[in-house]
Ligand binder design. Structure first.
Ligand code: 5AD
Ligand code: SF4
Length: 451
C-alpha cells in the first residue's frame, strides 16, 4: 500500500464531466492513502492535472499552466526536494512517454485507464526521482470501486459506460478513452441506492454516449432500463450526459413523460445542421431525423429544455452548410448551445481533410451563431417568468453571498435573495421553491416562497 502521510495535493481538472468524476476519484484515493487536499498550488506538494485534448486550446492551456507553476516554491516545512507534477487524463493517455520530453519537470504520467496507479507512481517518484510513466493501451475493467470525494455532497456522477465506438471524424475521444464498455445494470442500480442512502439528491449518469449503453453486454442498447432502475432508487433528480442522436430510442424519449424524477432537460449534440457535413463527420443521422427526435421529446414532455454542441468551420463547410446549422438552431430554440470552432486533432480522419475556409470567415460564422444562441436562451428563459420552480441550492452566488444560486429542474441557473435569518451555505443541498420574477440569457432570478 503506498503511503502518502500528510502530503498535500491540489487538483487541476480540465474538460468533460468524465474528468470531473475522475478527479473526485483521485481526491478520494489520495486521501485514503493519507494525503490531504488543499485549494492552492502554493500549499501543495503534489499537483495533479486531469487533462483534456479534445481541442488544441485545451492542450495549449495545460502546457502554459504546468509551466507557470514551475517556479512556485514548495510550502514551508515540506520534506520533498521538488513539487511533484502529475499529468493524467486524455493528454497523459495520448502522449505517455513523450510528455516528459515536452515538459521536463513532470514527474508522473498516467492515463485514462489506470487512475488507480497514481499513488504507486507518486510514491516511486518521491523515493527515486526521475520520470514515472505508466499508460495502459486499453482496459477491459472499469475501476469504479475507488473511493470518491464528491465536490458537492448532494450531487454525484455515476458512470455507466466509458469509451466510445462512434469515431466521429473530428474526435480524438475514441483514441484516448478506448472502446465502449458498460457496467452491469445491477452494479449501477446498487451504486444509485448507495448514493441515495448517503444523502445524494442528484445523480448524473455519465458516458460518452449513454444511449448505446449495454450493447457490449446485452447485445442491444438498454439505456431505458438504466433510467428506470436509477429512477427507482428514489433520487430527487436524475440527469444524464451525453447523448448521441443516432441511438436515442422512442423508449427513452417516452420516459420523459413517465419518470417524475427524470429532469426535463436533454443535452443532444447535433454538431451541424448540414447533411453533407454530418456525413463527413460520420454522425449517421440527418438534420431531418434530428428534428424529428426533438419533436418527439417535446411531444412526450413540452417542458423539456434542450441544449446542444455545435462545431463551426469543419473542413469544407460552405456558407450554405453554415446557414443550415443556423436555421436548425433557430428552429429548435435551445436553452444552451456549446459552440466550438473546429480544431484539427492529429490522428483523426478530419485532420487530413482539405480545410481552406479562411479563419475570418469561420470567426464571423461563429460570432453570428453565438448571437443567435444568446437570443434563443433569453427567449427560452422567459417562459419561466411567473412560474414557481423547485431549486436545488448550491450555495451563494459568485458575486453576492446574500444571494443564493442553484439549478431548476430544467438545469437553468436560478438566483434569489437568501431569506431573512438564513444563510446560503446552510441551504446548500436543499431544495427551495422560487417564484421566477425575471429572465436573463444565462440565469433566472426570483424570490424564495417556501421549501
Ligand atoms: N474540434 C472542435 N470541437 C470538437 N468537439 C469534439 N472534437 C472537436 C474538435 N476536434 C466538440 C464536439 C463535442 C464536444 C464535447 O466537443 O461538439 O460534442
Ligand atoms: Fe467523440 Fe463522436 Fe464519440 Fe462523442 S460520439 S465522444 S463526438 S466520437
Amino acid at each position: 500500500m503506498p503511503n502518502l502521510p500528510q502530503k498535500t495535493f491540489c487538483l487541476y481538472t480540465y474538460g468533460c464531466q468524465m474528468n470531473e468524476h475522475d478527479s473526485e476519484r483521485i481526491a478520494g484515493m489520495l486521501e485514503s492513502h493519507g494525503a490531504i487536499q488543499v485549494e492552492t498550488v502554493e500549499e501543495a506538494e503534489i499537483a495533479v492535472f486531469v487533462t483534456c485534448c479534445i481541442r488544441e486550446a485545451a492542450d495549449v492551456r495545460l502546457m502554459g499552466q504546468v509551466a507557470s507553476i514551475k517556479n512556485i516554491p514548495l510550502p514551508e516545512g515540506s520534506t520533498l526536494s521538488k513539487r511533484m507534477v502529475c499529468i493524467g487524463g486524455c493528454i497523459g493517455q495520448r502522449d505517455g512517454d513523450a510528455l516528459p520530453g515536452k515538459l521536463a519537470h513532470v514527474d508522473v504520467v498516467f492515463g485514462t485507464q489506470n487512475v488507480e496507479r497514481l499513488p504507486y507512481l507518486l510514491e516511486a517518484a518521491m523515493a527515486e526521482g526521475g520520470h514515472h510513466v505508466e499508460v495502459l493501451e486499453k482496459s477491459d475493467s472499469f475501476s469504479t470501486d475507488l473511493p470518491s470525494k464528491r465536490d458537492r455532497a448532494w450531487s454525484a456522477w455515476l458512470p455507466i459506460t466509458v469509451g466510445c465506438n462512434n469515431f466521429c471524424t473530428y474526435c480524438i475521444v475514441p483514441y484516448v478513452r478506448g472502446r465502449e464498455r458498460s457496467r452491469t445494470l445491477e452494479d449501477i442500480a446498487a451504486d444509485a441506492r448507495a448514493l441515495v442512502a448517503d444523502g445524494v439528491k442528484e445523480i448524473t449518469l455519465l458516458g460518452q454516449n449513454v444511449n448505446s449503453y449495454g450493447r457490449d453486454l446485452y447485445g442491444e442498447p438498454r439505456f431505458a432500463d438504466v433510467l428506470r432502475a436509477v429512477s427507482e432508487s428514489g433520487v430527487e433528480r436524475l440527469r444524464f450526459a451525453t447523448s448521441h442522436p443516432k441511438d436515442l430510442t422512442d423508449e427513452v424519449i417516452g420516459l420523459y413523460a413517465e419518470l417524475d424524477n427524470l429532469m426535463p432537460s436533454l443535452h443532444l449534440p447535433v454538431q451541424s445542421g448540414s447533411d453533407r457535413i454530418l456525413k463527413a463527420m460520420n454522425r449517421r443521422y440527418t438534420a431531418e431525423r434530428y428534428l424529428a427526435l426533438v419533436d418527439a421529446v417535446r411531444e412526450a414532455n413540452p417542458d423539456v429544455s434542450l441544449s446542444t454542441d455545435i462545431i463551426v468551420g469543419f473542413p469544407g463547410e460552405t456558407e450554405e452548410d453554415f446557414q443550415a446549422t443556423y436555421d436548425l438552431v433557430k428552429r429548435v430554440g435551445y436553452s444552451q448551445v456549446f459552440t466550438f470552432i473546429y480544431s484539427p486533432r492529429e490522428g483523426t480522419p478530419a485532420a487530413s481533410m482539405t480545410d481552406d475556409t479562411p479563419r475570418e470567415v469561420i470567426q464571423r460564422r461563429f460570432d453570428s451563431l453565438v448571437d443567435l444562441v444568446q437570443e434563443n436562451a433569453l427567449e427560452q428563459n422567459r417562459r419561466f417568468v411567473g412560474r414557481t420552480l423547485p431549486v436545488l441550492v448550491e450555495g451563494a452566488s459568485k458575486r453576492d453571498d446574500r444571494v443564493l444560486a442553484g439549478h431548476s429542474p430544467h438545469n437553468v441557473t436560478v438566483h434569489a435573495p437568501v431569506p431573512e435569518g438564513l444563510d446560503a451555505a446552510s441551504l446548500a443541498g436543499t431544495t427551495v421553491m422560487v417564484r421566477i420574477d425575471q429572465a436573463r440569457a444565462w440565469y433566472l432570478s426570483g424570490t424564495v416562497v417556501g421549501d
